[in-house]
Design a protein around this ligand. Structure first.
Ligand code: GZL
Ligand code: ZN
Length: 328
């Protein structure tokens, strides 16, 4: 008997499940949790995927082990959110030798041969840093403040998000005499570490005007430390308030802090990368060539309505003043 061809609908349903191995940095921040959620909501059985999820607890060794496990499992795709940029050449070569495409998401890998990964999906961290720093500069000018002392509580040292945001501030401080960079200290993108670091900075300096936090969870730790020291956070630098500037803006808590002027400015970082990774995989499945690098547009959220008008005139970045309806 001639075996009958399955009907088209059967063919679609018979499309084999794609197995995707995802090595995630960890669960260090609200941003990271949203990022994980986005991937889990995208790569579902209903969508034709089986997602193997590995939490790296912010350790590169765990992530390398996870990638090796995916290679042994013979997954169809490997998605890697690298905790730091360096140290991936060997394991990515093993994936390449096994013929498994690797998609890098969020932070970047610094490898000798870019052919070791198929595509990268993420944000422009240096641009985020430049936006937040330019807002600070515009704010100081609008308020006629001729010098502000700034401390940078950095994210995980060696992570692209840390490198870019740190660079953005350094360049702004070099370009603007009203911005003085007092110190750069690692805060590891976590609340407890940033709180501990801010407590010691407050003992070391009595003239800190602005704290540049490389993510919201660090900002939450800084607010706790400043208030525990009997000082106030807020945009009114001349009244002795310590201005907090931050990154991510994924959670209502952070946006509430902006509404309450406990955080003066947040440079948005978009965690919803699941659909963008899926688009790359679908293009590959269709035999198409996805873009090697794809970025998202991000804006900044601010408390003080006086500056954005000046800001928007001078700079083309979108700026949103946070009001209650922005949050709801
Ligand atoms: C940014 C991401 C950073 C977030 C932090 O894309 O790499 O890592 O800004 C997270 O919250 O820890
Ligand atoms: Zn509130």
């Amino acid at each position: 008997l001639q075996k009958s061809e399955p009907a088209d609908s059967d063919k679609v349903s018979s499309k084999e499940t794609l197995v995707v191995g995802f090595s995630q940095v960890g669960a260090e921040s609200d941003w990271r949790s949203e990022n994980t959620e986005s991937m889990k909501q995208t790569f579902t059985a209903d969508n034709g995927y089986e997602l193997l999820f590995e939490d790296g607890q912010q350790k590169q060794a765990n992530q390398i082990m996870a990638v090796r496990t995916f290679i042994q499992r013979g997954v169809d795709y490997i998605v890697l959110a690298p905790v730091v940029e360096a140290g991936w050449d060997t394991v990515l070569q093993e994936a390449k030798d096994a013929g498994i495409p690797v998609i890098i998401v969020d932070r970047m890998v610094d490898v000798a041969d870019e052919e070791l990964y198929t595509a990268w999906v993420g944000s422009d961290f240096q641009l985020e840093g430049a936006k937040a720093s330019e807002w600070i500069n515009q704010y100081l000018q609008a308020k006629g403040i001729h010098n502000a002392n700034i401390v940078n509580i950095q994210g995980t040292i060696g992570a692209t998000a840390q490198i870019g945001r740190t660079q953005g501030l350094q360049e702004a401080c070099r370009a603007n005499s009203n911005m003085t960079l007092l110190a750069e200290v690692p805060g590891d993108f976590t609340l407890p570490k940033a709180k501990e670091v801010m407590e010691s900075l407050l003992k070391q300096y009595d003239d800190i005007n602005i704290v540049y936090c490389e993510n919201d969870n660090e900002a939450f730790g800084v607010i706790e430390a400043v208030e525990a020291a009997g000082k106030r956070v807020g945009s009114d630098i001349e009244a002795g308030e310590i201005m907090v500037v931050s990154f991510d803006g994924v959670k209502k808590d952070a946006m509430h802090y902006v509404l309450e002027d406990k955080i003066s400015c947040i440079a948005e970082c978009n965690p919803m990368q699941g659909p963008r990774v899926q688009a790359v995989i679908e293009q590959l499945e269709a035999g198409k060539e996805p873009p090697k690098f794809s970025y998202v547009d991000e804006e900044i959220y601010v408390h003080d309505e006086t500056v954005p008008s000046v800001f928007v005139e001078n700079i083309e970045y979108p700026v949103t003043v946070v009001t209650q309806d922005v949050i709801d």
